[in-house]
Each structure stands twice: as structure tokens, then as C-alpha cells.
Ligand binder design. Structure first.
Ligand code: ADP
Length: 464
């Protein structure tokens, strides 16, 4: 059964891990899809700005005109390649302020609530005529940044498009006093990128519902699993306890029943019937066994009640007189071994309120256990202290209780698992009942114990 539960727990954990992986995979996929959809939508909007804004168009015209003029100068050797790039950079820098402002204006018009940075970066400038091509600039060979728009970190850049501006251009230049048409074909390649500030939080916000739902479902599944396993373990524990209890009570019932059977058989024999004193003896045995059976049943019935069912009938008692009586009666009742019981009273022993009957049962349960779970040389120390509350300490030098058992001995039907105890009679109800009595008196009970060294029970009861 234990193996089965372990297997079940392992399978459940495995299932949960598999479920988490699938869930993680699905969420990640949704995130990617949402991200792509969002970025594509932004791409479309930003492309619209570039294509349809008249102000941006006229700003582009300014730098393009200036640039084409510089190329014409280059064609007639009135400028170098470096001059072209320098001029381009200069004109771009001078229009960049208004360019960026206009861009943000257009974004506002499109009702895009996110901050978007835009950048156009020159990748290549190539001149071609019928015979040859002349590279004025190649970013991959000489990585120089010629940029229109905002500065954007590489790791934040989202690619928009690569644009190729191709134009056939004719300009007139005066060479050696003669007016000449300069013709050239230009290929101007740029890469447009944007930086969508905070796009991650936008996408995550869109996924919030899904994430929350997954989290709730996941928590519910984990919760259900936890409670199922917990109740399974509890059921198993209860089943074990019941089996132990049935075994114990059967064991307890067997002896008196066997004696009763024997006694009734004896009463039928002629020998016994002929001797009245033997009849009396046998009837005495029957009575004793009957009482024993009655006590056993009473113990099960009364010791099973909870503290809510205990109706206390409190009376004021003199502690020293009360505890002395309990200890003396206890010593008189122990017949199996000799017990040395030390008692100490500390503090101002003022009168206390308690239910004499119940409290005596509780104390006797602890004292009887000291006898049951100890060797031949038994020493019991009882200390009654008056502090802020009444503190009753009962220590023995018996077999002690293991750390694991200590947590459970106050539970109904629980009996510790050590070997020695199998020879000791008991139903596992004594300490449970003691706890309930102490609780009914609004007190607490705790145990301190080390295996083979002994056990100490401490009862604390409020004084008023
Ligand atoms: P039981 O009928 O088994 O004595 P109790 O409820 O009185 O039932 O005690 C529960 C268990 O606690 C016992 O079975 C025993 O293992 C352990 N126990 C109680 N008192 C002592 C003690 N003084 N020394 C060692 N073990 C003890």
C-alpha cells in the first residue's frame, strides 16, 4: 500500500511536470504569436507614416537634392567620395530635429500610444553608368553610421524593411566654360529599424488574462492533487490505526473471555459442584473477568470522547492535599513493580479549581504509562509548581519515546512502534483522553523524551 501511494505521488508529480512543460510551451508560443502580430501591426503603421507624410517627404527632398548635387560634383571631379559622405551627414544632421519631431507628430495622429523610435541607416551608395559601377559607400566594408532619425541600440532594434532608392539623374555643370549634362544612375540602399519602447509589457498585458487563467487552473490542479494525496495518506493512516486498534482490542478481550469460558466449564464439573468454596472461587473469577471486560468497554466508550463532550464539574481543591491523594492512591494501585515516586511542591500553593474526577483520570493515565513503559527500577518525579499558571511535571526513567512517535502519541488509537511496547497492553486512548481533559480545563500538555532515557509530561493549567 505504501509503495502504491509512493508510486501514485511520483506519477502525479511527473504528470504535473509534463503539464507544466506543455503549458510553458503553449504560453511561449502564444507570446511569440502575439509579439509577431503586435510588431507587424506597428510595422504597418510606421510604414504608413513614411509613405504618406508630406512634411517628411519634403524633408527627404531637401537632403536628396543636396546629395544628388554633391554626386554631380563628384562626377565632374569637383568633390571626392569623402566630400559626398560628409555633405550627406551634414544635411541629414541639419534636418534630423524636424524629421524626428514630425515623426512623433504622425505617430500621435495614428493614435499609437507607444513610444516608437525610428531610424534610417545608409547601407550602400553605388553609382552606375553604362560601363562601370562605382561604390561610394558600403557599410559592411567601412562601418560608418550615417543615420536619419533616432539612435537605437542594436539589441532593441526591430527591423522594418530594407529600402532601395534607385534614380536616373541628370544635372548640368559648367566645365571649361561649357554647359554639360551630367547623367548618372544611383542606387541608394537603407535599412529602416524601429525601437518599440516597452513592447514586452504591452504583449504581456495582452496575455494577462491567459496567464492569470493558467495560473488559477494550475494552482487548482496543484491544490486538488495536494489534497487528494493528503487525504489518501490520511485514509491510509486511519486504516492502519483501525487495524491496530482491532488487533489490540481483540488481544485485550481474548484473555478475560478465555478465563470466562474456562470458569463456566469448571462450574459444570462434578468436582467443583461438590465443593462450595471452589464454586465461590470460580464465581469470584467470573466476576473479576466480567469487571475487566466492563472496564475495557468503558475505557473505549469514555476515552473516545472529545473535550467538547466533557462536562466539567469544577471544585476548589487544596493542591498539596489533592495531588498527595492522587499519588498515594496510584502507588497503592501499582502491584506489578516497586515504584519510587518523588514529589516536590514549589511556589505559593493556593487553592485551585478543577474537576477532581477528570483530572485524576488524566494524571493516572500518565502515571500508569510510566509504569507500563519502564523497566523494573522505576523512578517517577512529580513537580507541582505555581507560576503564572499551574505547572505539573511528571518524569519517568522508562524506555522513552522516539522523535517521530512523540508527534503522534496524543492522537486517538496511536501506539508507538517500538518493539518493547508490543508486550504492553493498551488501546492508544489514554493520552488522547488526557489531552482532551486538559483541553477542557483550558490547559496544554507537552512531552519531552529521549529513547532509553525517559519521558517527561508537562501539563499547564490556567490558575483562574
Ligand atoms: P496506550 O494504551 O498504548 O498506553 P496511550 O495513549 O496512553 O496509549 O499512549 C500512547 C503511546 O505513547 C503508548 O503506546 C506509548 O508508546 C507511548 N507512551 C506513553 N507514555 C509513555 C511513557 N511514559 N514512556 C514511553 N512511552 C510512552
Amino acid at each position: 500500500m505504501k509503495k502504491k501511494i509512493k508510486l501514485l505521488i511520483a506519477a502525479a508529480i511527473f504528470g504535473l511536470i509534463a503539464l507544466s512543460i506543455i503549458q510553458g510551451y503553449l504560453i511561449n508560443n502564444t507570446y511569440k504569436l502575439k509579439k509577431d502580430a503586435f510588431i507587424n501591426e506597428m510595422r504597418r503603421s510606421v510604414s504608413q507614416i513614411d509613405d504618406f507624410s508630406p512634411v517628411l517627404d519634403s524633408l527627404s527632398d531637401i537632403w536628396q537634392d543636396h546629395f544628388l548635387n554633391k554626386i554631380a560634383d563628384y562626377k565632374v571631379q569637383q568633390a571626392t567620395k569623402a566630400d559626398i559622405l560628409k555633405g550627406l551627414q551634414f544635411v541629414i544632421d541639419s534636418i534630423n530635429g524636424p524629421y524626428k519631431a514630425e515623426y512623433q507628430n504622425e505617430l500621435k495622429k495614428l493614435n499609437i500610444p507607444y513610444e516608437i523610435k525610428f531610424q534610417k541607416k545608409v547601407l550602400a551608395i553605388v553609382l552606375e553608368d553604362s560601363t562601370q559601377s562605382d561604390t561610394i559607400f558600403d557599410f559592411y566594408k567601412t562601418p560608418k553610421n550615417i543615420i536619419l532619425g533616432n539612435a537605437i541600440d542594436n539589441d532593441k532594434a526591430i527591423g522594418l524593411s530594407t529600402t532601395l532608392w534607385q534614380t536616373d539623374h541628370t544635372s548640368s555643370r559648367t566645365i571649361n566654360g561649357e554647359q554639360k549634362d551630367i547623367e548618372f544612375y544611383l542606387a541608394f540602399k537603407t535599412r529602416d529599424i524601429m525601437d518599440l519602447q516597452g513592447w514586452r509589457s504591452v504583449v504581456i498585458k495582452e496575455m494577462m488574462g491567459l496567464l492569470l487563467l493558467s495560473l488559477i487552473i494550475f494552482s487548482v490542479v496543484i491544490g486538488l492533487l495536494y489534497f487528494s494525496i493528503k487525504s489518501l495518506v490520511l485514509q491510509k493512516k486511519i486504516a492502519d490505526i483501525k487495524t491496530d486498534f482491532v488487533n489490540n482490542i481483540t488481544h485485550e478481550l481474548k484473555t478475560p473471555l478465555a478465563t470466562l469460558t474456562l470458569a463456566t466449564k469448571m462450574l459444570k464439573t462434578k468436582d467443583v459442584l461438590a465443593k462450595p468454596e471452589m464454586i465461590n472461587n470460580t464465581i469470584g473469577t467470573i466476576e473479576r473477568q466480567n469487571t475487566r471486560l466492563q472496564n475495557l468497554i468503558d475505557q473505549v466508550l469514555s476515552n473516545s470522547v472529545g473535550y467538547q463532550d466533557i462536562n466539567l464539574n469544577k471544585e476548589s481543591v487544596n493542591p498539596r492535599v489533592y495531588f498527595d491523594t492522587v499519588f498515594d492512591d496510584f502507588l497503592l494501585s501499582v502491584k506489578s513493580k516497586s515504584v519510587q515516586l518523588n514529589r516536590a511542591y514549589e511556589g505559593d500553593q493556593k487553592h485551585i479549581e478543577l474537576d477532581r474526577f477528570y483530572m485524576t483520570t488524566a494524571l493516572l493515565n500518565i502515571l500508569d504509562n510510566a509504569v507500563k513503559y519502564s523497566g523494573e527500577d522505576l523512578h517517577i518525579n512529580c513537580k507541582i509548581q505555581f507560576e503564572e499558571q499551574l505547572r505539573i511535571t511528571i518524569s519517568d526513567n522508562g524506555i522513552g519515546i522516539s522523535q517521530k512517535d512523540k508527534k503522534q502519541i496524543f492522537e486517538k488509537f496511536y501506539r508507538a512502534g517500538h518493539k518493547e511496547i508490543h508486550d504492553v497492553k493498551g488501546l492508544g486512548l489514554g493520552l488522547y483522553y488526557t489531552t482532551e481533559i486538559v483541553k477542557a480545563h483550558l490547559g496544554t500538555i507537552e512531552v519531552k523524551s529521549l529513547p532509553s532515557e525517559g519521558t517527561t509530561f508537562i501539563l499547564k493549567l490556567p490558575l483562574n
